[in-house]
Design a protein around this ligand. Structure first.
Ligand code: AMP
Ligand code: MG
Length: 410
């Protein structure tokens, strides 16, 4: 077994993964889903020239000399609420009352806000005056949002691979796109393994512990956009593992994820079951925590086995599985954003690429970090207290206090 770098291991996993198929969903179901098409605008946005203020649509040339001391009187020939289609065309000396978002009438080329007139009245139901005094000049285009100012018809506004955020859904609605082609959610079959594991609500027994990994990993998977089937706990025997793997096949999983038993020897029965219908390798990855990683295929479904210690399982997920779910789900960039943080204390490492639990705080725009408690890979509490993982590169054994390192904010 050779020692793989973190990057090599991740690239090897990703090289086996292709995006799942797509589906067409109504817009209301598209939050957080990943676009499988480029979205081009069919219309200009705004759709028509419209007023950005409650005021009076005017011909700028009519109000060139308007001022508080010398108001310009205009005849009000129309009242244009939002949603109406103006039929007037303004002639010289004419104005139309207009509301925010309402379509500009022909002939008008500026809007004077109500507060710059003698009719500073926005009360609902008030009727338009027959004449208005304008207290301020306006240049052509003033307070008008012209058609196509934001988006031109034909422009590509959202690209394939984007996980849709709320403002995207708003934009899609603006563009009249009611149905969207998105990637299906990757289907992930998840199990824990080990004779020592109890269900969370089972009575404790001497020597046993509760299965915590499956709760944590299921939540991580769902957060990353996957559909999860929880297969439960595989006992350390052939029949139990085989039964769970077959359930994953029935579920038509895109990936099988397990935790524990990935050190050589410990997982022989899983290796045996998988190899009866596929392949399995143990990798040693130059990282801390969580050096061992199992990787294989069962009946053409990819299999990833994370270490059993809860913190190692969490970090293995962040380092390898998040990217894998992203690749399956068609996401353009699944990686967590990296920030630079200053170490408040000296950090010793062992030369492996290390992911350390830390609490990052911000003061005057500067991020600094301190480790949370001891970094044993079974100590989930220090991960709960952390809000970041500091990444100490391979080959580095000491980061002096005051130096900066990369971090993922959790
Ligand atoms: P293993 O990789 O099977 O040697 O397990 C490594 C450590 O992780 C052992 O202390 C296991 O008891 C623990 N462990 C394994 N699976 C889980 C799990 N699902 N939840 C919590 N701890 C686990
Ligand atoms: Mg075990």
């Amino acid at each position: 077994m050779s020692l793989l770098s973190v990057n090599e291991a991740r690239e090897r996993i990703l090289s086996h993964l292709r995006p799942v198929t797509t589906e067409t969903l109504p817009l209301v179901e598209c939050a957080n889903r990943v676009l499988a098409q480029d979205i081009a605008a069919a219309d200009d946005l705004p759709l028509f020239d419209n007023s950005s203020m409650d005021g009076f649509a005017v011909r700028a040339a009519d109000v060139v000399k308007a001022a508080a001391a010398s108001p310009r009187g205009l005849r009000v020939v129309a009242d244009i609420p939002a949603g109406s289609h103006p039929t007037v065309s303004l002639a010289q000396g004419e104005a139309a009352r207009i509301m925010t978002g309402a379509q500009m009438p022909e002939g008008a080329d500026a809007v004077v806000p109500v507060e710059d007139t003698n009719f500073d009245n926005r009360d609902a139901g008030s009727s338009a005056p027959s004449e208005v005094q304008i207290f301020r000049s306006a240049k052509p285009g003033h307070n008008i949002r012209p058609r196509g100012m934001d988006i031109r018809a034909g422009e590509v506004v959202l690209h394939r691979g984007r996980a849709l955020i709320p403002q995207d859904l708003g934009l899609l609605a603006m563009l009249g796109i009611a149905r969207v082609i998105v990637y299906q959610k990757p289907r992930i079959a998840l199990f824990s393994s080990g004779d020592e594991l109890l269900e969370v609500d089972a009575p404790l027994e001497s020597g046993k512990i509760r299965d915590s990994n499956s709760y944590m990993l299921a939540s991580l998977l769902e957060g990353a956009g996957a559909d999860v089937i929880r297969l439960g706990v595989a006992k350390d025997n052939h029949a139990s593992v085989k039964a769970l793997l077959e359930k994953a096949v029935d579920f038509r999983a895109d990936l099988i994820l397990s935790s524990a038993g990935v050190s050589v020897g410990a997982f022989d029965f899983v290796k045996e079951v998988i190899e009866s219908n596929g392949t399995m390798d143990f990798w040693r990855v130059n990282m801390r925590p969580g050096k061992p990683l199992a990787f294989g295929e069962y009946k053409n479904i990819l299999f990833v086995g994370l270490p059993g210690n809860p913190v190692s399982a969490f970090i293995g997920f962040e380092v390898f599985v998040r990217a894998a779910i992203g690749r399956l789900g068609g996401v353009e960039t699944a990686a967590r954003r990296t920030v630079r943080v200053r170490c408040e204390e000296q950090i010793d490492s062992d030369g492996r690429e290390s992911y350390l639990r830390a609490r990052v705080r911000e003061e005057n725009g500067i991020l600094s970090a301190r480790l949370t408690g001891h970094q044993g890979s079974g100590n989930l509490h220090s991960l709960v207290q952390a809000n970041a993982l500091l990444i100490i590169p391979a080959g580095v054994k000491c980061v002096p206090a005051g130096e900066e390192v990369n971090a993922w904010l959790l």
